[in-house]
Design a binder for this molecule. Structure first.
Ligand code: SF4
Length: 533
């Protein structure tokens, strides 16, 4: 039976809002303390520049930036007096992001050196000790790391090893562990480092039921969604809550909400699990969840009210994989009936169900930005993706959404299997033709991932050879094609049109990454921004 749980969110992700997963777990279990080491990591990095306490600072000082500029950039992003001046915003975000890239790269390398060679620079060790000090001072009897994206793994491995030297039990779970969770208990690298010395157990899929059983001391054989090691690595069956209405709203108590790198508190909220569409041939997102379930509209309204009351929050990020237009309609209707004074953004698929009246209703209810899964401006590629969208519908949705006052961020995939040079040029023409309706264009490279429909039926997508990734943690594979461009080849064509692409994104090229900030700008520049929140 564990009594002092430390839920830890590790670096490095944009520190604009508190993490959601561990806030849900804490609420469900009714115990534990939250540690956002990602936020502390960014704060400590800014401080380190002043103190010149990491080698990277010495490298940057007087060359890329002065400590004072970085300190000012951090203050700018946090306190927000000049936040909504686009020019100032872009200068300060650029300073902050470029500096953090250097720090991330140095500390990631140090963390992995510590894992593999047991050696680390004194400066990095001091930094990590400082980062871990609140967790150590809490004297946990169990530390649970939450890994939302794969790139947090290097820090988790290093930090877990440091905690293990003090015999603190450590477990790991999170959204990005659906692929090969057993890797966290296996022997890795040429030196065969045994990670089962770092972790007592690994949780994949949804964590509530399994973590509850684990901390209550249930036999490992009986716990769902767990991976553990006896003589061999054992992965138990997946399970999950059939009714997500039984969950309480996330508990953000203990997070320093005013300290995030956004001038307003923005809270994440999950209103459904999985994806109602589940057909896109590249996607494995829906595999992070047990199956598709929605929280009832009434519960979501209660959550929003409760979070607003407890944290004085007016801005929300609905972090669902994808929200159905019917659900947007129901939610908007109830928000309007309840006269909730909130602003939010979410992901959606641009289908014709997003009618002008629905989009207007969404705006009135507080939707200020939608992240649309556009993916391509070429119908043949949309069909290869099985997106279930058409070019005329996408154009109509972007236009009416824009006219309703909603900011459209669109996701685009570069180098989808079978794409030709003409398709890429056609995409670019489509984006430039519709640029007046697009606020941010976020491009990403196609990746072939284990578990996707393309991976399972490569021949249908002209993929002739798949090479498994030697990195046991990563689902991404190299591949060869018989027709069409490889992803990097498509990216090269995009790069030639960099200027046109850059000019499509309005206000800031950083919104693809800092989406919470996009919401704040979209509201600030709207006809009826929230004031005095
Ligand atoms: S890409 Fe989005 S809409 Fe498509 S299956 Fe994945 S989560 Fe669902």
């Amino acid at each position: 039976m564990y009594m002092r749980l430390a839920f830890v969110f590790p670096p490095s992700m944009p520190p604009t809002a508190p993490p959601c997963g561990i806030a849900y777990l804490k609420a469900f279990l009714g115990q534990g303390t939250l540690f956002d080491l990602n936020l502390s990591y960014h704060d400590a990095s800014v401080h380190a520049m002043n103190e010149c306490s990491l080698p990277v600072e010495a490298e940057l000082r007087g060359y890329v930036l002065e400590p004072e500029q970085l300190k000012e950039a951090a203050i700018f992003l946090k306190d927000g007096k000049e936040f909504f001046n686009p020019e100032e915003y872009n200068v300060n975000v650029s300073i902050f992001i470029n500096y953090m890239k250097k720090v991330d790269s140095y500390l990631t390398e140090q963390s992995m050196r510590y894992v593999f060679e047991d050696s680390i620079d004194d400066e990095a060790q001091t930094f990590f000790d400082h980062l871990l000090s609140p967790v150590r001072e809490y004297h946990p009897d169990l530390v649970g790391f939450s890994q939302m994206i794969l790139s947090q793994r290097e820090f988790i491995l290093g930090l877990a090893k440091m905690l293990k030297t003090e015999d603190i039990p450590v477990v790991v779970g999170g959204a990005s562990l659906s692929y090969n969770p057993g890797a966290y208990l296996s022997e890795i690298g040429t030196k065969k480092i045994d990670l089962s010395h770092f972790f007592d157990a690994v949780f994949y899929g949804e964590g509530e039921l399994s973590l509850k059983a684990y901390i209550e001391g249930e036999d490992l054989e009986k716990i769902p969604n767990i991976v553990y090691k006896k003589e061999t690595i054992i992965k138990n069956e997946e399970s999950g809550l059939s009714d997500i209405d039984v969950l309480p709203p996330p508990d953000f108590d203990g997070f320093p909400l005013k300290e995030y790198y956004s001038p307003k508190v923005i809270l994440p909220l999950l209103t459904s699990r999985g994806c109602y569409w589940m057909r896109c041939t590249f996607c494995i997102h829906h595999r992070s969840y047990y199956r598709y379930r929605v929280r009832s509209t009434e519960k979501v309204i209660q959550d929003l009210k409760e979070l607003q009351k407890r944290y004085n929050a007016f801005y929300f990020n609905l972090i669902d994989e994808m929200i159905h237009p019917r659900r947007f309609d129901q939610l908007s209707e109830r928000i309007l009936q309840e006269k909730l004074n909130i602003r939010f953004y979410a992901d959606a698929r641009p289908t014709k169900d997003f009618t002008p009246s629905l989009l207007r209703k969404m705006y009135t209810a507080g939707v200020r930005a939608v992240l649309w899964g556009v993916e391509s401006g070429t119908q043949r590629i949309l069909d290869v993706i099985d997106k279930g969208t058409t070019i005329p519908d996408i154009e109509a949705v972007l236009q009416t959404s824009h006219e309703a006052g909603i900011w459209n961020m669109i996701f685009v995939i570069m180098g989808y299997p079978t794409v030709t040079e003409d398709d890429v040029k056609n995409d670019i023409t489509f984006f430039t033709k519709n640029e007046q309706y697009i606020s941010t264009l976020a491009r990403s490279l196609f990746h072939l991932e284990v578990g996707s429909r393309i991976y399972e039926n490569p021949e249908k997508f002209c993929i002739t050879k798949i090479e498994e990734n030697p990195d046991p943690f990563s689902a991404i594979c190299r591949y060869e094609v018989s027709e069409g461009l490889l992803n990097r080849e498509a990216e090269r064509i995009y790069r030639k049109h960099r200027k046109e692409m850059m000019s499509i994104s309005k206000v800031s090229p950083y919104f693809g990454r800092l989406r919470d900030h996009m919401l704040l700008f979209a509201d600030h520049l709207s006809l009826n921004p929230l004031t005095d929140t």
